[in-house]
Design a protein. Structure first.
Length: 329
């Protein structure tokens, strides 16, 4: 088994990461390419990015040593159900010289595995959108939210951006001067934080600035809310608290009360020591005091571990997890 290599890929909408690891934890290569999600980019372009990342990760590695592989991506079920998309990924896999099988897993499952080796638990991801998922014996059991900006994603980056704009508009409607967060939002949207002599003119300008862009772009305002909350700006602090409650409520839809299984937190706003991460941790601890809170790590390495754990000769998957993902131990 010391000569065995496993390959894992973490495929996102903006980047694709690949890694080749031995079962002793030696990293033989890594690769990176552009967004490889077939739902976002189409099967052919996604497969091309997959191929680029794979070839880079396998540079100098004999493909015959690779015994298993796994790919994690959002919309894994759609890829598995799409013959053309799966065929494009199959070609990218074989063109890299790989002859072993590979599995396709959801990004939520891979994110969970990047934070813990426990077979049962929960993952909460907050980025542009937000989703919670319950894992049972290494399968996704139940999922909450992830419904997109129009119907859900409560507590997400989009949600924070939208609520910041709503708070600004409420101040302008009431004739109040915007606070520090409102002025940051005005600058981001209009290039200037000044309010017109007739506040309704500024309201109209803000509404037009938001509606002429794709709605999901409101997520780019989330870092302003997070930064303002770090400075104890009252409106931002309130929004962060509401977002933490909303995210925890999504977890509560699928996670039984009193459960001690781990909760893995994923997405930049939840893993970088931000005010939102602090608030979410406090809410989760209040609801599930016995649960350990973990942080999502290397998705490509987690995918490789998911591929390796069922190989003949792997008798202790937990020990293997510590080797392949030491930061999660």
């Amino acid at each position: 088994m010391s000569d065995t290599v496993v390959v894992g890929l973490d495929v996102g909408g903006t980047s694709t990461r690949a890694t080749a690891l031995t079962l002793t934890g030696e990293r033989l290569g890594t690769g990176r390419a552009g967004g490889g999600n077939p739902t976002s980019h189409g099967a052919d372009r996604a497969a091309a990015e997959l191929s680029t990342a794979l070839r880079e990760a396998l540079r100098g590695v004999d493909p015959a040593r690779v015994r298993a592989g796994a790919i994690g991506l959002a919309g894994a079920g759609r890829l598995r159900a799409d013959p053309a998309g799966r065929a494009a990924f199959d070609r990218a896999w074989s063109d890299a010289g790989l002859r072993c099988p590979y599995a396709v897993h959801s990004d939520a499952l891979v994110g969970y595995a990047s934070g813990t080796a426990a077979p049962d638990g929960t993952i909460l991801i907050a980025g542009t959108g937000a989703i919670a998922a319950q894992v049972c014996r290494w399968r996704l059991d139940r999922v909450a939210d992830g419904h997109g900006w129009l119907l859900g994603d409560a507590g997400s980056g989009f949600w924070l951006g939208r609520e910041a704009v709503r708070a600004l508009l409420a101040d302008l409607d009431a004739g109040r001067e915007p606070g520090p967060l409102g002025r940051r939002v005005l600058t981001a949207l209009l290039g200037d934080d000044r309010v017109a002599a007739r506040p309704r003119d500024t309201v109209d300008a803000v509404v037009q600035a938001v509606t002429r862009r794709p709605p999901v772009e409101l997520a780019r305002l989330a870092p302003l809310v997070i930064a303002a909350a770090a400075e104890a700006e009252p409106v931002a602090v309130t929004l962060i608290g509401e977002a933490a409650v909303a995210l925890t409520a999504s977890v509560a839809r699928i996670r039984p009360a009193g459960t001690a299984d781990p909760v893995v937190l994923g997405g930049g706003p939840l893993i970088d020591g931000t005010p939102l991460a602090t608030a979410v941790r406090a809410e989760l601890t209040r609801r599930w005091p016995a649960a350990s809170l973990r942080v999502a790590g290397n998705g490509a390495a987690a995918a490789a571990w998911l591929a390796a754990r069922d190989l003949p000769g792997v008798t202790d998957p937990t020990a293997l997890h510590r080797l392949l993902l030491p930061a999660a131990a």
